[in-house]
Write a protein that binds this ligand. Structure first.
Ligand SMILES: Nc1nc2c(c(=O)[nH]1)N(C=O)[C@@H](CNc1ccc(C(=O)N[C@@H](CCC(=O)O)C(=O)O)cc1)CN2
Ligand SMILES: Nc1ncnc2c1ncn2[C@@H]1O[C@H](COP(=O)(O)OP(=O)(O)OP(=O)(O)O)[C@@H](O)[C@H]1O
Length: 202
């Protein structure tokens, strides 16, 4: 099968699997994920963390966000860049941040330059994904947003720690066919596992 079609069929498959989880499973898995994340020493020590608001049946991050707030961490969300297509900005998120729906139908903080994150200050970046494999290869929604963001980590420009968040069912036993712009993840946390890979930086 053509690589593009293979990647698309993995996306379709996993998105369907995620959709089939019951409400109870969704809640239990989200809770397990949050507790597992908070067991990690670097996450405990981190001060500034970027995360995302779940959409399209992604594992729910609200519990984790609430726990981070309770630990007085500073939390950021991705915002579609207003004039650099394919790029993300990160803006601070607290319980009274006004949210708007963006053109991809995802909630994001209203643009406010005063709460913009400088990536050199970021400690942890939690990353959404559709599928991952045994090498840390990541398949996203197909916008290339996080590949562009991860590039700055891959080249050593920034030293934040990228961590994918996913359900266990998003793991692919067969290697995901990669494209030259794909950046593998050094870590993924699922409800039942914390995966680590040694990724050689550029
Ligand atoms: N929660 C969350 N926020 C995120 C991301 C994400 O994956 N998850 N993104 C990560 O990059 C960015 C948004 N990326 C997106 C890229 C493409 C589509 C999109 O085209 N959706 C279509 C078709 C999807 C398909 O069938 O492949 C749709 O939903 O109809 C949506 C979001 C920024 N924020
Ligand atoms: N670093 C980059 N520079 C320029 N273009 C890029 C870069 N990374 C990805 N792209 C472009 O983005 C498009 C989507 O890439 P891909 O299908 O790998 O996205 P994805 O990883 O699934 O999505 P996302 O990262 O948004 O979750 C591709 O057409 C590719 O050309």
């Amino acid at each position: 099968m053509d690589k593009y079609l293979k990647r698309q069929s993995i996306r379709d498959n996993v998105r369907m699997q995620r959709r089939m989880l019951t409400k109870k499973q969704q809640y239990q898995y989200a809770k397990m994920l949050a507790l597992r994340a908070l067991k990690d020493k670097r996450i405990q020590r981190a001060n500034k963390l970027a995360i995302f608001l779940s959409f399209d049946n992604e594992i729910n991050t609200n519990l984790l966000i609430n726990m981070l707030w309770k630990e007085t961490k500073i939390v950021y969300l991705p915002v579609l860049h207003p004039f650099a297509p394919g790029h993300l900005l990160f803006m601070q998120y607290n319980p009274n941040t006004p949210l708007v729906i963006n053109r991809l139908n995802i909630y994001e903080p209203q643009l406010d330059v005063t709460t913009l994150l400088l990536l050199n200050q970021l400690d942890i970046c939690f990353i959404p994904l559709v599928a991952f494999d045994n090498y840390g290869n990541r398949l996203g929604m197909g916008g290339g947003f996080y590949d562009r963001m991860l590039y700055s980590w891959y080249t050593g420009e920034f030293t934040f720690c990228p961590i994918g968040l996913a359900y266990d069912c998003q793991y692919q036993t067969e290697a995901i066919p990669t494209e030259k712009w794909d950046i593998p993840l050094p870590e993924v946390i699922t409800p039942s596992c914390h995966w680590h890979w040694n990724i050689a930086l550029k």
